[in-house]
Design a protein around this ligand. Sequence first.
Ligand SMILES: *Cc1c(COP(=O)(O)O)cnc(C)c1O
Length: 384
Amino acid sequence: MSGFELEGHRPTWAEVNLDALAANYRAVRERVGAGVKVMGVVKADAYGHGAVECARRLAAEGAEWFGVASPEEAFTLRRAGVNQNILSFGGFWDGQAGECLRQRVVPVVYRLDMAEALDAAAGEAGVVADIHVKIDTGMGRLGVRYDEAAEFASKLREFKNIRVDGLMTHFAAADEPRRDCFTEEQLRHFREAVAAFRERGHAPTYEHAANSAATFAHPETRGNMVRPGGVLYGLWRDVLPPLADAPEFRPVMSVRTRVTLLKRVHAGETLGYGCTFEAAREMTVATVTIGYADGYARALSNRGRVIVRGRLVPVVGRVSMDLTLLDVTDVPGVETGDVVTVLGEDGGLSVPAEDIARTAGTLSYEITCGVSARVPRSYLAAGS
Ligand SMILES: *Cc1c(COP(=O)(O)O)cnc(C)c1O
């Protein structure tokens, strides 16, 4: 347990283990080898872990590229002094071209008017702007359709102040073995698009396609850069397909709180909103100060499990906005102030984000992204 003290604050916090993040990053690097760069995907505040702190640590581990969702996320990193390359996956929006240039944020481009705006801004500044062009090979979201890539490549040639530094695509189902044919088809379309760009005089430095799942399940997709997010944060059981040789990624986030109130509850009494839980016996119930406004999903009502004093105990009744109830009847010596781990590890036990996600009917990413701003992050690293 950390010595993170919240003296004068509500005792609910998230611990982010930066050594685990670094170990996961190294595990990816080791797997892909020296010829392939590993972009650290830190969008959405590093999946809830804190983009600035995670990017700083990954930079110290040698990361040369970071992936974010928007220019705003990139500017946040720049303000914090992160000076590695940053790719904005979402591109940029009206009025952001100049600021992207000034702050050396490389946008993903997927519309001609974006190239035009950036070209104009770069011309004014007297520089050449790097872009990465996204090819839609089957995801159907952002990206130039693969069957329109050649035409797009030709038209881009008209803009003298931009350079295609990278070509990329994104896989829809790299984690699903029964969709391997689809993934292979996406890769084929991507390679054709890359060839079309090269034939039209573009010379991209980077070709990248692989998210976490593709990096591990489809090595042929790696190109010369991979873009893992989830596995860096130790989220993998519901992200990678079952693989014989998946590294043991370490969970990075733990969310903890403390017992605020203990009470006796008699058989036949009900607990919480909607009276959804009825005590079948004399019970000891703990109230903890965490709820769905902190990201502890309401779907965990009567279903979640948390760690108290080295035991897994059940959530009873509905999770409410700010408070949750636990059955601690079988926890010897339980006291007000005891630490409660709702996500992550404590001693030998763990409540993985993947398990919470399965219970809540979602993906582990949504669990860590959902840990709200109301929960302060505490960063752990050896020697700090
Ligand atoms: C989020 C994202 C990734 C990382 O995906 P993971 O599944 O977290 O590895 C890679 N590329 C793009 C374009 C993304 O949006």
